[in-house]
Design a protein around this ligand. Structure first.
Ligand code: PNS
Length: 163
């Protein structure tokens, strides 16, 4: 049986920390489905459109086998069941992530007991990075080259040069 895991998130935008988790996930599962949450209520707060986020993920993951990039709305566990995935992957950076992740995992388990949440510890060099902090640094001209894929670096520059 082929095992598949969903790696869900906003990916606004994808970072090297996310890529690290995807690579680790591929060591455990036959397939990793990277799924962007479509949340119309939050789209106005997002920097990138869903289409831009999909494009950046697809380019960043080009050549890596057994990864699919997709999007979903509604409940994550329903999407996971529809994709025949048995697990949800989440990256854990620091203790500060724990409370939210614990709550999410327990709610998802309550909603569907057949789907397990698997926490992977991100590589040490990515422990301090997040999409939000990277966007903030880039917005004020900070160099985030080493923290994001090239395509994201370029898109951040384009986005913020317009402001
Ligand atoms: O990267 P993020 O933004 O922290 O990801 C959060 C995400 C997308 C995993 C979470 O918001 C989610 O799964 N939303 C879909 C609705 C859902 O199923 N929520 C959890 C149970 S109420």
């Amino acid at each position: 049986m082929n095992s598949a895991a969903i790696y869900p998130g906003s990916f606004d935008p994808v970072t090297n920390g996310h890529l690290d988790i995807i690579e680790r996930g591929l060591k455990l599962f036959d397939k990793v489905i990277v799924a962007i949450l479509i949340n119309p209520a939050k789209q106005s707060q997002a920097l990138f459109s869903v289409e831009e986020r999909i494009d950046m993920l697809a380019i960043s993951l080009k050549g890596i086998p057994n990864v699919e990039v997709d999007y979903f709305d509604g409940l994550l566990v329903d999407y996971a069941a529809k994709k025949n995935a048995t697990a949800i992957l989440r990256g854990m950076r620091a203790v500060s992530d724990f409370e939210y992740e614990f709550q999410l995992a327990l709610m998802n388990r309550r909603l569907n007991r057949d789907i397990q949440t698997v926490f992977l510890m991100t590589g040490f060099r990515w422990i301090f990075t997040s999409s939000s902090i990277i966007k903030e640094a880039a917005r004020f001209g900070g160099d985030v080259t080493s923290m994001v894929p090239d395509v994201v670096n370029q898109k951040l520059k384009e986005k913020f040069s317009k402001f």
